[in-house]
Each structure stands twice: as structure tokens, then as C-alpha cells.
Design a protein around this ligand. Structure first.
Ligand code: 5MM
Length: 346
């Protein structure tokens, strides 16, 4: 195949795609697997049918104006094969508005053999064959999530190293197949741990992932990191405020990340919509000299109020889109350090 006809070779360089996803814009994580989207729909009393999932995602993806703040959307396998009402593939609906479609390629969490409750993420088997198909369906980036609990002796080095291997080999395959890999190690908020414990767990996890990425020859300018902010455990008696979250997050990232990484896109991890935006704002205010773009890739913190506004009713399309646009706009302001809580009411 000549270079001109080879979709991988003629596509914009991975560096460009990675930058387009985090420079002044963020990512909408709409890649809930069947079990997760069912939980979200249960909360609003909507049955999780294929048509309801399709129709909800079409509402999100066609919200007028989100392209100003959202550079990419992460899709689930089912969604990248679905069409909008007019027959356009949902990935095409995004692409024609200048929003880059991406795909979640992990196959979910499994018990880590020999551990006491820690998890490993599956999804490497067959990945070299799945990536070209996703590319032909319009995906230009991918995402793979691993998780780590914080607690007595957790996360273990075993869990950290096993998942660093999986993340890094996934990333190497993506680069080889012309997709930007988003590497997503998530230290979970669940539990009563302190912000210092979250800091240590995040630092150890990221250090292992980046060591292994280097060993597997993954070029840092062609990838993005999606990770947690350094925060107090959800049940901790003492909750760090935004300023402390920002300082600890920037310090932790500065200890371990290479300067060549284009960006970090934070997950919301169970933070409320407002808290996720306020933290991102403080991080950008504190991290203005950081070498990486500091952006967002939120699922719940972009969708929670849109879901509540929709309630499964076709007539609620407008309010649901307004709710998504509002979160996208406020997080856009947070990228500039210009978000203020009063803006929630405007
Ligand atoms: C949207 O949720 C994603 C899919 O989760 P499952 O595989 O468990 O269904 C998830 O990976 C998401 O992209 C990240 O957790 C970030 O989302 P939040 O809600 O934490 O911002």
C-alpha cells in the first residue's frame, strides 16, 4: 500500500491528535460499559435498552456548542457501531463537528490472581486485531483503565507492576496501529485514607507505569495520561480543599512525569460536578508553569446533570444538552483558571 493510501500513514501524526485532545479542550468519557450505563440509567428510572443507550448518546454528541470545549469523546464498543437517527455513524457525527472519536479497548477489571481483592485489567488478548477495526470505524485514540485501592499495605507492588505491564503493552500496540493511547491508571477515592496516602499511591503507580512505558519504547509525545487528582479518600474525616488538592497533585505529577508528555486529562472519580470543576481550576491556577496541558476527561462530572435532565424522555433533549454544555463550558473556564463558583448560577 502506498503511503498516500495507507490510513495510518496519512493520518495526522499522533502527536497532533494527542495535543488536540488536551490543549484548551477536554474529553467527554461516554464509554460506560453495559453494566455501568445500566447503573446510571437505574438512577433515573430508565431501562438500559440498546435504543435508549443510542438515543442518550446521540443527544450528548449533538449538543450545540460543546465542540468549543470538548476535543474528543471516548466511546464504548457498542456505541462506535451505532448510528444517529439520520443514519450517520455516531463516530461520524462527532468527527464532522471536529470532535475526535476514541474507543475504550479494555475488557474490564478482574481479580488479580493471588491477591487479596486487588484488580487487574483484561483486554490485551486480540487487541492487535481489534485496533485496526476500531480505526476503520473512525477511532483516533484509545483508552485503557487500571485501578488501585488505597489501604493497609495497598496498593501492593505486585498490583502496580502487573498493571504497569498491561498499560504499557496496550500503549505500544496503539502507537503501532496509529491510535493515540490514553493510559489511565486510577487510584480510587473509596475509603477513609488521607490525601498523603493518595499522593504516595499515585506517585508509586505513575512511576511504575512511566518506567515500563519507556522500557516498551512508547514515545511520550504520542500518548496522554488520564489519572486521578490527588485527593482525600471519600470517607476521610478530613477533606483537603481545592488549594491543597492542586498543590499535592502538581507536586506528585512533577515527581514522576516526563516533560515530553503532552497532557494529563483528569478523571472525576466520584467527585461532584462542581468539585471536579473547582479542583481543575485550582490545578490550572497552580500549575501554570507545568510542562504538560492539564485538562479533563470526565464521565460522571460531565454527565450527571445531563442524565437527570434527560430522564429518558425525548422531550427533554434540550435541557439535557443545555446541562452538558454548561458543564463543558465551566470546565473550559477551569482550564484557564477562570472558573468561579458564582458561574454555576449564571
Ligand atoms: C465513563 O466511565 C468509564 C467506563 O467505566 P466502566 O468500564 O467501569 O464502565 C470510565 O473508565 C471513565 O472513563 C473513567 O472512570 C472516568 O470517569 P469518571 O466518572 O471517573 O470521570
Amino acid at each position: 500500500m502506498s503511503e498516500q493510501n495507507d490510513p495510518v500513514a496519512s493520518a495526522p501524526a499522533l502527536e497532533e491528535t494527542a495535543l488536540a485532545l488536551c490543549d484548551g479542550k477536554g474529553i467527554l468519557a461516554a464509554d460506560e460499559s453495559s453494566g455501568t450505563i445500566k447503573k446510571r440509567f437505574d438512577q433515573i428510572g430508565v431501562e438500559s435498552t440498546e435504543e435508549n443507550r443510542r438515543s442518550y448518546r446521540e443527544i450528548l454528541f449533538t449538543a450545540e456548542g460543546i465542540e468549543e470545549f470538548i476535543g474528543g469523546v471516548i466511546l464504548f464498543d457498542e456505541t462506535i457501531r451505532q448510528q444517529a437517527g439520520d443514519g450517520t455513524p455516531l463516530a461520524g457525527v462527532l468527527a464532522r463537528r471536529g470532535i475526535i472519536p476514541g474507543i475504550k479497548v479494555d475488557k474490564g477489571l478482574k481479580d488479580l490472581a493471588g491477591s487479596k481483592g486487588e484488580k487487574i485489567t483484561e483486554g490485551l488478548d486480540g487487541l492487535a486485531e481489534r485496533l485496526p477495526e476500531y480505526r476503520s470505524l473512525g477511532a483516533r485514540f484509545a483508552k485503557f483503565r487500571t485501578v488501585y485501592s488505597v489501604g493497609d499495605g495497598l496498593p501492593t507492588d505486585y498490583c502496580i507492576e502487573a498493571n504497569a505491564h498491561v498499560q504499557s503493552y496496550y500503549a505500544a500496540l496503539c502507537v503501532e496501529h496509529g491510535l493515540v493511547p490514553i493510559v489511565e491508571p486510577e487510584v480510587l477515592m473509596d475509603g477513609g485514607h488521607s490525601i498523603r496516602q493518595c499522593y504516595d499511591a499515585t506517585r508509586r503507580t505513575l512511576a511504575a507505569v512511566f518506567d515500563r512505558l519507556a522500557l516498551y519504547r512508547v514515545p511520550f509525545p504520542q500518548i496522554l495520561l488520564k489519572t486521578n487528582m490527588v485527593v482525600s479518600g471519600a470517607d476521610a474525616a478530613v477533606q483537603a480543599d481545592e488549594a491543597e488538592v492542586a498543590r499535592m497533585t502538581i507536586d506528585c505529577l512533577s515527581e514522576v512525569l516526563p516533560d515530553e508528555l503532552p497532557g494529563v486529562v483528569f478523571l472525576s472519580g466520584g467527585l461532584s460536578e462542581q468539585q471536579a470543576t473547582a479542583n481543575l481550576n485550582a490545578i490550572n491556577a497552580a500549575g501554570s508553569v507545568a510542562p504538560w496541558h492539564l485538562s479533563f476527561s470526565y464521565g460522571r462530572a460531565l454527565q450527571a446533570s445531563a442524565l437527570r435532565a434527560w430522564k429518558g424522555q425525548p422531550g427533554n433533549r434540550g435541557p439535557a444538552q443545555e446541562a452538558l454544555l454548561k458543564r463543558a463550558r465551566l470546565n473550559g473556564a477551569a482550564l484557564l483558571g477562570e472558573y468561579r463558583p458564582e458561574m454555576e448560577e449564571q
